[in-house]
Design a protein around this ligand. Structure first.
Ligand SMILES: Cc1cc2nc3c(=O)[nH]c(=O)nc-3n(C[C@H](O)[C@H](O)[C@H](O)COP(=O)(O)OP(=O)(O)OC[C@H]3O[C@@H](n4cnc5c(N)ncnc54)[C@H](O)[C@@H]3O)c2cc1C
Length: 384
């Protein structure tokens, strides 16, 4: 099997994560608190700005460096969900923003002075059917006036800026349903209390996710990214990076479960011998390794295509699906291997089990990936 890429980066991430062991995450999980110290340490070490080009103060590395970082964070038992979006959300400004917007925001995002890690797409009534989103931005002089609602917007309380997808032309008035949507960069520091209300949603994992209410929020027209009406395409561009990076988190989770299960199965003795001597215990661990290795190869392929600037929507989707299913299988296997101890908070397995379940639903659910493959790749008739 090929050696993992970016060995030095991986080693430094592992060293950093060792400062944030299980009890740190268990405490935060209990109180559903944001991992501020962990995120600050990652930011100061420069790991969240690796994708920002050097001219704007980042490391200018490719996506595979970011996948290595997130995989190691997750393999270490930590969780990158609190800050992974700081790595890639800036891609919308980088790819589609004006020269002025890039100069104004990217250097501060690279230094960590500005947090751009909120990404507002999902709405309660439209769900995955994004072109039916209803949040509307009406042009009024030098501003847009935004009204509507978003749901499941993660890290909104821990972000200075948010990339927001809105309608600027009603769906009925455009030729293609994906036309007429635009991307606005919202300065959360001015917005909260002035037309934006954030309401946290408590979930089965500690993910700082929220519901947003827009009530005549004024956003300067200067904060429009790219052209009005083309926003859907800009958002889709960024989603490929997101899916590949989330897939790498699943690979990290899967390896965490396999490491823990193999170690436990070798040391836990029942009936006078290590449980790992039983093939009923060994084989599921081996199967998890096979599945994670196959998914990791797909993630590497998708990341390489992304870095080469090739279209990689299908590969990004496929890698996210395979990795999220493989990490879930590994999670279940790890609980089973640990018997009762799999349920004990102090082992971190039940927490990681809850955390890795998310990725079959978000950022895109498995059925929607299968639908993409069925209709776009295999040319089966469309069902919607
Ligand atoms: C913890 C968390 C954090 C999140 N963070 C963010 C964020 O930061 N920003 C953001 O914009 N969104 C975020 N999301 C939203 C996430 O992307 C959506 O939940 C996800 O895309 C699924 O959309 P939905 O919940 O509206 O499900 P729905 O679209 O309502 O679908 C429900 C189920 O039905 C299935 N389904 C729907 N239509 C079909 C069909 N035609 N055929 C077959 N099956 C179908 C889906 O696959 C899914 O399993 C987050 C969600 C969670 C839970």
């Amino acid at each position: 099997m090929p050696e993992p890429s970016h060995p030095e980066i991986r080693e430094s991430v592992r060293r950093l994560c060792a400062e944030f062991p299980g009890p740190y995450w268990q405490d935060l999980d209990r109180s559903r608190t944001y991992p501020t110290a962990f995120v600050r340490t990652l930011t100061e070490a420069g790991f969240l700005s690796v994708l920002v080009p050097e001219e704007y103060g980042g490391a200018g590395l490719g996506l595979s460096a970011a996948t290595a970082i997130l995989e190691e964070i997750h393999r270490s038992g930590c969780n990158g969900g609190a800050c992974h979006a700081q790595m890639y959300t800036m891609g919308t400004i980088l790819k589609h923003g004006s020269a002025d917007q890039k100069q104004r925001y990217l250097p501060s995002i690279a230094s960590g002075a500005l947090r751009l890690q909120a990404f507002g797409v999902t709405e309660p009534t439209s769900g995955t059917d994004t072109t039916r989103l209803k949040t509307f931005a009406r042009r009024d002089g030098d501003d847009y006036v935004v009204n509507g609602q978003k749901i499941w917007i993660s890290r909104a309380e821990h972000s200075d800026l948010m990339v927001l997808l809105v309608r600027t032309t009603p769906r009925e008035d455009v030729a293609k349903s994906s036309d007429g949507m635009s991307v606005l960069l919202v300065d959360m520091r001015n917005a909260v209390g002035n037309g934006l209300t954030i309401r946290p949603i408590r979930t089965m994992l500690n993910h700082a996710t929220t519901e947003l209410f827009f009530d005549d929020l004024r956003v300067p027209a200067a904060n429009l990214i790219g052209e009005e009406g083309k926003g859907f395409k800009y958002i889709l561009d960024g989603m490929n990076a997101e899916r590949i990076l989330i897939a790498s988190e699943c690979i990290g989770d899967g390896r965490f479960f396999i490491d823990r299960a193999a170690a436990y199965a070798s040391s836990r003795e029942v009936f006078g011998r290590p449980i790992g001597e039983n093939q009923g215990i060994q084989f599921p661990i081996a199967r998890a390794h096979v599945q994670i290795s196959a998914a990791a190869a797909m993630v590497d392929q998708a990341a390489a295509m992304f870095e080469a600037g090739e279209p990689c929507g299908t590969e990004a989707n496929m890698s996210k699906m395979l990795a999220s299913e493989a990490s879930w299988y590994a999670a279940d296997m790890c609980v089973q291997t640990h018997g009762g101890f799999g349920f004990a908070e102090e082992y971190d397995i039940e927490r990681k089990f809850r955390e890795t379940r998310l990725y079959q639903v978000a950022p895109i659910s498995t059925n929607l990936i299968l639908s993409h493959v069925a209709t776009h790749v295999l040319k089966l008739p469309k069902s919607f």
